[in-house]
Design a protein around this ligand. Structure first.
Ligand SMILES: C[S@@+](CC[C@H](N)C(=O)[O-])C[C@H]1O[C@@H](n2cnc3c(N)ncnc32)[C@H](O)[C@@H]1O
Length: 270
């Protein structure tokens, strides 16, 4: 029997839903933010600004965590913000919704009031291709934080990071494919794509594409210091002795392992 194209799984799937399921782990991310804030500050945080918020999944997790939690999500793309409104904010209670606001703005221009915490996750600031632009962004964040505010970033690298490769990971009901399509060693820019494949062999190619710069940790730390941040700490993942894989526990470190692929957090205190 001929299967109609529209009945194929790829045509029925929603790319934002697949992204949330395969890329994000907002609970773990907010666990890290809360634990780290608690270790560094003696007061509870209130306002979290999620830069490059996309569907604002993380901002929603923040407001769910406590009645004193407020969130602002900032993104340039109206379509993704609308999706977040319809699918994520709508899952919150009315009271929780009153503590979250989404802004259709450029993170370089936004000025929504001083935040305790700014988050820029899933390497979104790699989209700034020049030192000038990234430094401008770090200056904007610095100006947008309370005196004792903290910026949380993630970063990735390792000797596989600039390679032109594809990596697959099985998720519930689909395969997530990360493609590093091209890398230019002269300016460190790269084109990356996310594809999804389904059990009926249908595919959603280039569901998301990024053209970004593979920044290094020393560059990021030096620019954060230049923007005025007083304490910049890399939190490196520990290793599980049995599996020799990452154990999900991130601790302050000055020395990391020369792994093929690593992800870490950078915590910059104002
Ligand atoms: C890699 S996604 C990250 C989504 C989400 N933060 C996460 O953790 O998965 C990058 C997002 O940044 C947004 N973006 C890119 N440049 C931006 C800018 N200058 N200002 C605001 N948002 C921007 C894009 O629209 C996109 O939704």
């Amino acid at each position: 029997m001929v299967r109609l194209r529209r009945n194929r799984l790829a045509n029925q799937a929603d790319r934002h839903q697949l992204y949330q399921e395969s890329v994000q782990d907002t609970e773990t991310e907010i666990d890290f933010v809360e634990e780290t804030w608690q270790a560094l500050r003696n007061r509870p945080p209130e306002l979290l600004r999620e830069d490059f918020c996309g569907t604002a999944n993380t901002a929603c997790e923040w407001v769910r965590r406590g009645a004193g939690h407020y969130a602002i999500g900032v993104d340039l793309d109206e379509e993704v913000l609308q999706w977040g409104e319809l699918n994520n904010l709508s899952q919150l209670t009315e009271e929780q919704q009153s503590r979250i606001q989404l802004l259709h703005e450029n993170v370089l221009d936004t000025d929504p009031g001083l935040a305790d915490i700014v988050l820029a996750m899933n390497f979104s600031y790699y989209l700034f291709l020049t030192r000038e632009e990234l430094l401008e962004y770090f200056h904007c964040v610095y100006a947008g934080l309370m005196d004792d505010g903290i910026l949380f970033l993630d970063a990735y690298g390792g000797y596989d990071a600039p390679r032109e490769i594809k990596e697959e990971r099985e998720c519930e009901g689909f395969t997530y494919i990360w493609e590093q399509a091209s890398f230019n060693p002269i300016d460190s820019t790269m084109a990356c794509h996310i594809h999804f494949e389904f059990p009926d062999r249908s595919r959603m190619d280039r569901a998301f594409s990024y053209y970004w710069r593979l920044w290094t940790l020393p560059e990021i730390r030096e620019m954060l210091a230049e923007a005025g941040f007083s304490e910049i700490t890399v939190y490196w993942e520990g290793t599980d002795q049995e599996s020799n894989e990452g154990n999900g526990i991130y601790e302050p470190a000055e020395v990391g392992d020369a792994d093929p692929g690593w992800v870490c957090y950078v915590v910059a205190q104002r």
